[in-house]
Design a protein around this ligand. Structure first.
Ligand code: ATP
Length: 617
């Protein structure tokens, strides 16, 4: 059963595997079944295939079958070693350059470009000429030097696109080290590229070894398919009609190349869990737990998510966008309407006079302009404002996840840490050293990103995504303990704990968002930043998820900064509302006051446009 599920569904891949396995078995066991040593002479020369000599003999009476099977060992080994070495170099160069950027990337990119423009075969010939020995390993190393660059370039491009994906951002936020992010988060997503690079490097290496030997540059004392072709050519096997001498190695090189190319078709199927068939698909289709009613096939849920996202953002952005064009000039002149906070409880985060700029060629863009807010323990602070008003920049400053070239030009952000004795110590978040920041994020402040579809790593099971957080913050916890905690958290957010082994694509949009919330909650933080956590969900699922968040807030008592364009939603769920416009806080106060007595013209326009739309306020 297990073997069955491993066996690929695609006929092409099966054919490729059969070919490669056949040659590997031949290389391993072939030399054991032949009676002749590959270089032993003394048999009748130039004999065609017979019962004694299955593939005939050479001009000096050597057994061609024996040479063929011994040659298979050398050719396959050179191909495999060069394939592995070349991928190691490509992965290091491509991943490191693409992930770290900067000077390291520039240097590595120049190096890659140089190796890309030098023709491989002439370089191979020149380098081989300088080899002190021409053994298998030396030839494999030379082939590696000439073949790593194309795969490194592709990997760099892939890494550049992956490094900005939400799940990598989420991994950074959870405090994972750079090495772990590179090799555990980014690299598995680049596996199809790496595996395919390995297969093609192996083919290229087998061909290169044959080419070098054929030109007399390989090790002529070692029997390989290439050296067989070299001696056949030198002894004019074609002219004397000794086809059995050159056809087997020539054909074998072509067939093994085709076999490896065929396997390449199946790489995506194995590297990308979405494309896997069989057991995991059936599991995905099994109804389970709360929220399963909303579960549909991957494609359908992705389409629904996209639709929901476009329609919801369409309405709210449209309404906000409309107000922006008519009211901006007047609003700019209106003073901010900041009311005293009536939220009970101690402050947990205070932002004072925060200024964040993005330096650009045309001068700095002030994305957050002298903003001051206070979040209290257990409070839900709704942050609203049109697109580009600075909401994400403000929350990213609080989480210290500002992206280049953002600069904090002024102000302070304080986290009020409650000690065991019930007292509070102040932590200057903007100056928190990297190590302390890693410990602070997730255990004291967690984040639920805008779209869980992107915030969850698509190639890791749900359990592994919990592990990412727990390994960093609870290093002493056993694997069984981590799994148990993950299951408990899934249960808390209304998901069947059995789904801990599911991949993200096997969950509906709502379930993925619940998983993201469960991961945010796993260390019981004081604060959770939710950046439009329900935008991509349809209204029904959005409501279910929000109700769950509210219940959990009751249970755990964490405070939330909830960012959205949807002011009507904020009015319903928030204790306090902050409205931003072009980087400034234009209205701030208890949600009921903001609703019943909006003072800033911009908020008034927003509320009246909501009323015109018949929103539920
Ligand atoms: N990398 C950048 N370089 C220059 N300006 C930037 C950069 N990132 C953001 N900005 C500017 O900063 C301002 C605030 O952007 P921000 O993303 O914080 O807004 P937002 O309210 O979160 O928008 P949205 O709701 O669409 O996510 C905008 O004017 C934006 O153009």
């Amino acid at each position: 059963m297990k073997l069955n599920s491993l066996w690929p569904a695609s006929g092409k891949v099966r054919a490729g595997l059969i070919i490669v396995i056949f040659f590997v078995l031949l290389a391993v066991f072939g030399p054991m079944i032949t009676d002749y040593a590959p270089r032993a002479t003394g048999n009748p020369p130039l004999q065609p295939p017979s019962a004694d000599h299955w593939l005939g003999t050479t001009q000096t009476g050597q057994d061609v079958f024996s040479q063929f099977v011994h040659g298979a060992r050398v050719s396959l080994a050179v191909g495999f070693i060069a394939g592995v070495l070349s991928q190691i170099v490509s992965v290091l160069v491509g991943l490191v350059g693409g992930y770290f950027r900067g000077i390291a990337d520039e240097m590595l990119y120049i190096l890659t470009a140089v190796f890309l423009v030098i023709p491989a075969m002439p370089l191979l010939i020149v380098l081989t000429g300088y080899l002190p020995t021409r053994g298998m390993i030396s030839v494999a190393i030379v082939i590696t030097i000439t073949s790593w660059a194309p795969a490194a370039r592709v990997l760099r491009a892939q890494t550049l696109s992956l490094r900005n994906r939400d799940f990598v951002e989420a991994a950074r936020a959870t405090g994972e080290s750079r090495m772990r992010i590179m090799f555990y988060e980014v690299m598995p997503n680049a596996l199809p590229v790496i595996a395919s690079g390995f297969l093609f490097s192996t083919i290229a290496a087998i061909l290169a070894e044959a080419g070098l030997s054929f030109l007399g540059l390989g090790s002529l004392t070692t029997v390989s398919w290439g050296s067989m072709l070299y001696f056949a050519q030198n002894n004019q096997a074609l002219l004397v009609g000794a086809w059995w001498w050159f056809v087997p190695p020539g054909l074998a090189i072509a067939i093994i190349g085709a076999g490896l190319a065929l396997i390449n078709f199946g790489i995506d199927e194995y590297a990308n869990p979405r494309l896997r068939t069989g057991k995991s698909r059936r599991k995905a289709a099994r109804p389970a737990g709360r929220g399963s009613a909303a579960m549909s096939s991957t494609a359908a849920s992705a389409a629904a998510g996209a639709e929901a996202s476009s329609s919801s953002s369409g309405v709210s952005e449209g309404s906000l966008g409309g107000t922006e064009s008519t009211e901006t000039t007047d609003d700019d002149a209106s003073p901010p309407q900041i009311r005293g906070s009536e939220v009970p409880g101690d402050p947990v985060i205070s932002v004072r006079d925060l200024i964040v700029d993005y330096p650009t060629e045309d001068g700095a863009v002030r994305a957050v302009d002298h903003v001051s807010i206070t979040l209290h323990r257990g409070e839900l602070l709704g942050l609203a404002g049109e697109s580009g008003s600075g909401k994400s920049t403000l929350t990213n400053a609080i989480t210290r996840l500002l992206r280049n070239p953002a600069e904090v030009s002024g102000g302070e952000i304080t986290y009020h840490r409650s000690t065991r004795t019930g007292e509070s110590t102040e932590v200057d978040l903007l100056n928190l050293p990297a190590e302390e920041l890693r410990a602070f994020r997730w255990s004291e402040l967690a984040i639920v990103f805008q779209s869980a579809m992107n915030a969850l790593n698509p190639v890791l099971r749900v359990s592994a995504q919990f592990d990412d957080v727990l390994r960093v913050h609870r290093p002493g916890m056993s694997a069984a303990g981590r799994k148990e905690l993950a299951q408990e958290m899934l249960h808390k957010v209304g998901i069947d704990p059995e789904r801990v082994t599911a991949y993200p694509h096997e969950l509906s949009g709502g379930m993925k968002q619940r998983v993201a919330i469960a991961i945010a909650l796993v260390l019981e933080p004081d604060v959770i930043i939710m950046d439009e956590p329900t935008t991509a969900l349809d209204l029904l699922v959005q409501r279910e998820v929000l109700e769950q968040v509210m219940q959990l807030r009751e249970e755990y008592g964490f405070a939330i900064i909830f960012t959205t364009h949807d002011l009507s939603l904020l009015l319903e769920i928030s204790d306090t509302i902050a409205v931003m416009q072009t980087g400034t806080l234009v209205e701030y106060g208890p949600a009921t006051d903001v609703y019943s007595d909006p003072r800033h013209p911009y908020t008034k326009t927003l509320l009246s446009s909501l009323a015109n739309l018949g929103a539920r306020i």
